[in-house]
Design a binder for this molecule. Structure first.
Ligand code: FES
Ligand SMILES: [Fe+2]
Length: 371
């Protein structure tokens, strides 16, 4: 083969490879993701965001129903967010095509004459199911080319255990792929190094732990247990009720980690999600609710500091990941990360073949690590 031909073939192969990685960014489609906070969409305001590299425009109809459309006019692609919302219909700023905000269906094309036969109602702007829960607007990101299921599953909801409770939300962006964000979230070994704080724990308190895990649908659970005795908040909780504290931590695809702590009548419930924005950017959304006598103003600074510590670490990690280093996952500290990757791969495989999803765990297992 001549050198020139070889070069051309190689370039084509590179291009093919590039397109395939461009189309597959390792996202999990057909799941709910939190898009924006509910409070951000008020009145006629249009808010833009991005999920899984899809630009979105969100708003609220006059009746208060949140909607999410692809931020791109199906006519010439100008972002619909430059248009105008009149309470029910979104009008594109370029040629004035009008779309029903909730269904995306086109309701008017001003340029059509009485002679034109174009069926306006057959034109749709991209739109996604949208639901509000726990102060977030959740968007169901159906995969490119896949049909929406007849009934989309319900959006996730934070577990609460009393009528009255306090609730707070925090979020932060991480300059990394969602997979790194998620395995960071479930990584027990970074605690003593990244989250050293006088109020939480000291590095010297590192000790051996054994935790039981069990499979749950699309995820795994750290079986209900008494939390680490070296954590001040848990000691406080036990002191307040005089009863033992039990903690249950779940991870579920695509990106949810929930933690429920209960002691007598008192409870604390939190959820962290890591949502892909682009392949090089994800966002942690953290919501916590509790009925402990702790004011939001006291809890928030601690939670914020915690999240900030994770964020700084991930910013530093992103510096290193730029150069595609080889990485390792070790037992047992990284076993949860291994399960995450296996769950993800098995889900994709089951979607590909139509067969039931194989769970990577075949029963309860005890993991041991020092932290
Ligand atoms: S680009 Fe939107 S109406 Fe033409
Ligand atoms: Fe952390």
């Amino acid at each position: 083969m001549s050198e020139a031909v070889r070069t051309i073939l190689q370039t084509n192969a590179d291009a093919a490879q590039e397109t395939s990685t461009q189309t597959d960014a390792g996202f999990l489609w057909d799941f709910w993701y939190p898009a924006v906070r509910s409070a951000e969409i008020r009145g006629q305001k249009l808010v833009t965001t991005m999920l899984l590299e899809v630009p979105l425009v969100l708003g609220r109809t006059a009746e208060g129903k949140a909607f999410a459309m692809r931020d791109s006019c199906p006519h010439r692609g100008i972002p619909l967010s430059y248009g105008r919302l009149d309470g029910k219909v979104l009008e594109c700023c370029y040629h004035g095509w009008r779309f029903d905000a909730c269904s995306g269906q086109c309701v008017e094309i001003p340029s059509l004459s009485s002679q034109d036969k174009l069926k306006v109602e057959r034109i749709f702007a991209g739109h996604y199911p949208c639901e509000e829960r726990d102060g977030y607007v959740w968007v169901y990101m159906s995969g490119p080319g896949t049909r929406l299921p007849e009934a989309t599953p319900a959006a996730p909801a934070l577990a609460v255990f009393s009528k009255k409770y306090k609730i707070t939300h925090l979020s932060c962006e991480l300059p990394s792929h969602v997979d790194q964000g998620i395995i960071g979230l479930m990584d027990p070994a970074h605690g003593p190094f990244v989250h050293q704080s006088w109020f939480w724990r000291k590095r010297a308190s590192i000790h051996e732990k054994a935790k039981q895990f069990e499979p749950i649908p699309s995820g795994f659970r750290m079986s209900p247990h008494q939390p680490s005795a070296n954590s001040a908040p848990y000691r406080l909780l036990a002191k307040m009720t005089g009863e033992t504290v039990t903690t249950t931590i779940d991870f579920m695809l695509p990106n949810l980690r929930t933690e429920i702590d209960r002691s007598g009548k008192l409870w604390f419930s939190s959820r962290a999600t890591v949502t892909p924005v682009r392949r090089d950017l994800c966002r942690i959304d953290f919501v916590a609710a509790w009925n402990l006598p702790i004011p939001v103003s006291l809890f928030r600074p601690f939670a914020k500091k915690f999240l900030r510590q994770d964020q700084l670490t991930m910013i530093q990690q992103a510096e290193g990941l730029k150069y595609n280093p080889r990485l390792m996952l070790i037992d047992d500290a990284d076993r949860q990360a291994k399960w995450y990757f296996a769950l993800k791969a098995n889900l994709l495989e089951s979607r590909r073949t139509g067969a039931a999803m194989v769970h990577p765990m075949d029963g309860p297992v005890t993991l041991r690590w020092r932290s």
